[in-house]
Design a protein around this ligand. Structure first.
Ligand code: C2O
Ligand code: CU
Length: 494
């Protein structure tokens, strides 16, 4: 039974060795140590005075992923994903959001340290934008990287309200010939009538208990969610998509090209494994932040996570890049060399755990200042056991979870521990965190991330430097069903 804590990392690995997913295949990172005096966390980019204006209209639209007929999606500007927003660090981003949905909505700028009032969390940073109304998001963008934007209201993310947000550095340090952004999602053909995933709790192997939990939930009053809304159970998806399509248009490259791919998992519930037949992936950025380049056959992306990778086009052909979630449908996009016609090579088996990059194998490109924490906070992630719609931090559902209190300038060490059966990509708003250790393996040079995915029984130590004052910054699981089921807390400046 695949209840091993590494089972989700060995996504679909059943065909290639099942749960024999130990640490044996992991290559230890033997790099440098953290310098005593590092660079500032986010090197401030001088403001350019330039303003980039965008208009995003959130509205229902028919969207066809290519093989299933039109679905009633909710979109930005009628397309899934929404338009890619591209700015240069130092510029000001100004987005006029018009809400043509039947419900209130907001936009969150995932990963970008924005001023608190622009963070887009309904009832926390702003009142949600009512149907028919507009709201102007405007803030200076100081951090280059691959980010994304999405609704932060209820379950709206699972209807298609997301897009990529690319912040270019004033001067690009990386050499490459072309680049593509690939935004992955799991797709509901009929989001108004989702089917519940019978294994949403991860307790499938203990059918009795899961069945019991499900029935208890169904018999009683509606399950209580984190925002007064009835909590829902993770759905069964109809398809996996990339850039809005089950099978996106080919990426055209020339032999010898260095190609930059920006990978984003915008899904609401499923971590994915991504690999490219015939090529290795050279990871250059994690959550938009530079790392020492590291080659790997495959990557796992929890929801909300991003990786930038380079590939070197040295094997002419037509190669599928594949994304797959545990035992579920695949999305592919073809890498097509110039002059190559015809079908694709096999995408091959899903990678085994030993092919998948793990956080401790990465090192920040620039060592970050280290330090002893001023405060510590232990967060135990749990839920799904007796009720597949109840997800907790230290046994409580948001808004009853205990906030993490911090003073400006302090360093708080957050220890996450996943007691539940399901993976949880934990995301912090308004700040990056340094990944000090993962699964009790210290990182030689901690990487900077804003989202980190913990499998069953995994731990992570994260250092947050409180450098973005604001009253209430969310920290939550980026599985929307877990988030709405209560797995949230707040980082509060006191
Ligand atoms: Cu990507 Cu709280 O969000
Ligand atoms: Cu979760």
């Amino acid at each position: 039974m695949a209840l091993s804590r590494r089972s989700f990392l060995g996504i679909a690995a059943a065909g290639v060795g099942g749960t024999a997913l130990g640490l044996t295949g992991l290559r230890r990172f033997g790099g440098a140590h953290v310098g005593a005096a590092g660079q500032p966390l986010a090197p401030p980019v001088p403001l350019s005075g330039r303003v980039h204006d965008f208009a995003l209209t959130a509205r229902p639209a028919d969207w066809d992923i290519g093989n299933a007929g039109a679905a009633h999606a909710w979109t930005y500007n009628g397309v899934v994903p929404g338009p890619e927003l591209r700015v240069t660090a130092g510029d000001t981003l100004r987005v006029v959001l018009t809400n043509e949905l039947p419900e209130p909505t907001t936009i969150h700028w995932h990963g970008l340290p924005v001023p608190f009032a622009m963070d887009g969390v309904p009832d926390v940073t702003q009142p949600a934008v009512a149907p028919g109304k507009t709201f102007i998001y405007e803030f200076p963008v100081t951090t280059p990287g691959t980010f994304w934007y999405h609704t932060h209201a209820g379950y709206q993310l699972d209807r298609g309200l997301y897009g990529a947000l690319i912040v270019e550095p004033p001067r690009e340090a990386l050499a490459y010939d072309r680049e593509f952004t690939l935004v992955f999602d799991d797709w509901l053909q009929d989001p108004d009538h989702p089917r519940e995933n019978p294994d949403a709790s991860g307790m499938g192997g203990m059918g009795g208990m899961r069945g019991m939990g499900g029935m208890m939930g169904r018999r009683g009053a509606p399950r209580r969610g984190a925002h007064g809304e009835a909590a829902r159970i993770e759905p069964l998806y109809d398809a996996r998509i990339v850039n809005g399509h089950a099978s996106a248009p080919s990426l055209r490259v020339r032999r010898g090209d260095r190609v930059r791919l920006r990978l984003v998992n915008a899904g609401s519930a499923l971590p994915i494994a991504v690999w490219l037949a015939g090529h290795e992936l050279e990871v250059t950025h994690a959550d938009g932040q530079p790392v020492v380049p590291r080659r790997t056959p495959a990557l796992i992306l929890g929801m909300g996570e991003r990786y930038d990778v380079l590939i070197t086009a040295t094997h002419p052909g037509v190669w599928p890049l594949t994304a797959v979630a545990t035992g579920r449908k695949r999305a592919t996009v073809l890498l097509r060399y110039d002059g190559m016609t015809g079908g694709a090579a096999e995408s091959g088996d899903a990678p085994s755990a030993r092919d998948v990059l793990r956080y401790p194998e990465l090192a920040a490109a620039t060592p970050l200042p280290a330090g002893d924490p001023d405060r510590r906070s232990d967060l135990e992630l749990s839920g799904g056991m007796m009720d597949p719609a109840r997800w907790t931090i230290n046994g409580r559902q948001y808004p009853d979870t205990e906030p993490i209190e911090v003073r400006r300038g302090e360093r708080v060490r957050i220890r996450l521990f996943n007691m539940s059966m399901m993976p949880h990509p934990v995301h912090l708003h308004g700040h990056f965190f340094q990944v000090v250790s993962f699964d009790d393996r210290r990182l030689g040079v901690p990487i900077l991330k804003d989202t980190i995915t913990l499998g069953h029984m995994e731990t992570a130590d994260l250092d947050v430097v409180a450098d973005n004052p604001g009253s209430r910054w969310l920290l939550h699981c980026h599985n929307v069903y877990h988030m709405m089921g209560g797995m949230q807390t707040e980082l509060r400046y006191v």
